[in-house]
Structures are given as C-alpha cells and as structure tokens.
Design a protein around this ligand. Structure first.
Ligand SMILES: NC(=O)c1ccc[n+]([C@@H]2O[C@H](COP(=O)([O-])OP(=O)(O)OC[C@H]3O[C@@H](n4cnc5c(N)ncnc54)[C@H](OP(=O)(O)O)[C@@H]3O)[C@@H](O)[C@H]2O)c1
Length: 240
C-alpha cells in the first residue's frame, strides 16, 4: 500500500471512529495539516511565505483536501500566501473554503474571492458588515481576545453540513485549536531544513506535570526527502 492509500484508509477509519463518538453531533472532525521544518517552523516569520513542501507532499495535501468537506485557514495565511485552497494536484472535489477573519480584513482581490472555486465562507465578528458578492459572511461571536469563538464557529460549520474540516494554518489558528482541544487528527510534512523561524505551534499553557497531547497511534513514512507523520490526537490520555 502506498502513502496515499495509507492516508486515505487511516482517514476513513478516523472518520468512522469520530462518527461514533460524542462530538460528531455538534462539530466536524478536525484535521490539522501543515508543513514544517525539522525545528518546527512553518515559515521564517509571520507574514512571509516559505515553500517547505516538495511536489509530492503538495499532492498529498491536495489529496487530503479532496477527502474533507471544508478547508479552513486564518486571515493571516490569506494575507501572506493568498492561497486558492482547491484540489488541483489530485482528482477530487474542492472542499468548501472557510476563513477565520474577526475584523473582516479579507481583500476582494484575494484568490479565494476571485477564483473559480466554491464561494468562500468568512467567519467574522463584524455583525454589522454589509453583505459581499465575492464571499459569504457568517457572523459569529468573538471570545475575550476579540477572535472568533472556535466552539461556536465549529458548531455553525456543522449546522451548514461540514462533517470533516481540514485546517491548513497558520500558527495562530493551529495553536488556538489545539489549546481548545478541538483537534482530532494531524498530518505533518517535515522538511529536512532548519529555519529557526515562526513555529507551527505556539504557547499552549501546559506544564511538564500535565499529560501532553500526543499522536496515538503514530504513523510515518518517508516521501522523497520529507517525512510525513500522522495520527490521531489524544488529549490527556483520552481521545478528543
Ligand atoms: N508551512 C505551512 O504549512 C503554512 C501553512 C499556513 C500558513 N503558513 C504561514 O503562516 C503564517 C501565517 O500564520 P499566522 O499565525 O500569522 O496567521 P493565521 O493563523 O493564518 O491567522 C491568524 C489570524 O486569524 C484570525 N483569527 C480569528 N479567530 C481566531 C482564533 N480563534 N484564533 C486564532 N486566530 C484567529 C486573527 O485575526 P483577526 O483577529 O483579524 O481575525 C489572527 O490574527 C504565514 O507566514 C504563512 O505563510 C505556513
């Protein structure tokens, strides 16, 4: 079985297990997927684009996109990378693109607004915003930090039919989801480079005496020069 087949089979098993669990009625299955350097950096510094994935790893990312109902990124990633979030290097359906954007900074010129993919959903705290033709605004409550409340956001996505959600970053969003224990699975591409830059996961507020979130069971496979690591996330010894 090749890597793509292994990932597809694992994701199907993850989906089946999630469907039988307590969270399936209220939120989608959440899979984090990103590329990092050997030292855990996503990029050199926030706002800067660094291509860490090879063509083969990019194909894997596109395969993963095709296996999820929705794909979510933070507005920081949109402003830095201007991604399309479509399935181009694999055969399959485009997932629903979704952006976390409390203050509605998404520019009309973004490829998510101008491309041929599905109309982008923007989770925003701006309840007073005028509707836009280039994207669909979904007003959501914000937390004490002024960011989108993730529990409410995931519930809304579930109500709108999203049963599986792939999250491609950036670091602020990956960290916030992990902190809130709203992550079920992770697929990481580890590139053999040392960046010493902006880390994929920031402060989670954990201490050494606490059980740390871990991937279990752990899977890995080398893909050209990169290492693909994936698994289900267990928080404090119990599945999310
Ligand atoms: N290597 C990779 O795989 C990869 C993948 C993705 C991105 N990146 C890189 O990562 C960098 C972007 O990361 P980033 O951390 O700056 O931005 P980000 O995580 O993409 O977006 C962060 C922004 O999302 C908004 N947001 C809304 N609700 C939030 C919540 N509950 N929690 C956290 N954020 C929330 C906030 O802005 P508002 O308050 O305005 O809403 C926040 O500043 C870029 O340089 C990009 O190139 C790399």
């Amino acid at each position: 079985m090749n890597l793509n087949q292994r990932i597809e089979q694992w994701l199907q098993q993850t989906r089946n297990a999630f469907a039988g669990g307590q969270h399936a009625a209220i939120r989608p299955l959440v899979t984090l997927s990103y590329a990092q350097s050997i030292d855990g950096s996503l990029t050199t510094r926030p706002g800067e684009t660094l291509r860490l994935s090879s063509d083969a790893a990019t194909r894997l990312t596109h395969q993963l996109r095709s296996l999820h109902d929705g794909i979510l990124v933070g507005i920081g990633t949109v402003l830095a990378d201007d991604p399309q979030l479509t399935v181009r290097e694999w055969q399959g359906m485009n997932p629903q693109p979704i952006v976390l954007d409390s203050r509605l900074r998404l520019p009309a010129s973004a490829r998510l607004c101008t491309g041929n993919g599905k109309r982008c959903w923007v989770l925003t705290g701006r309840h007073d915003a005028v509707p836009r033709s280039d994207c669909e605004l979904l007003p959501v409550t914000c937390n004490g930090n002024g960011h989108i409340d993730l529990v409410t956001a995931l519930q809304l996505l579930h109500q709108r039919g999203i049963r599986s959600l792939m999250v491609e970053g950036g670091a602020s969003v990956l960290t916030a989801l992990l902190k809130a224990q709203l992550v079920d699975a992770i697929v990481v591409t580890i590139a053999p480079r040392i960046v010493g830059g902006y880390k994929a996961v920031g402060e989670l507020g954990l201490c050494a005496a606490q059980p740390l979130p871990q991937l279990s069971p752990l899977h890995s496979q080398q893909l050209d020069d990169e290492l693909i690591v994936w698994g289900n996330v267990q928080f404090g010894g119990a599945a999310a």
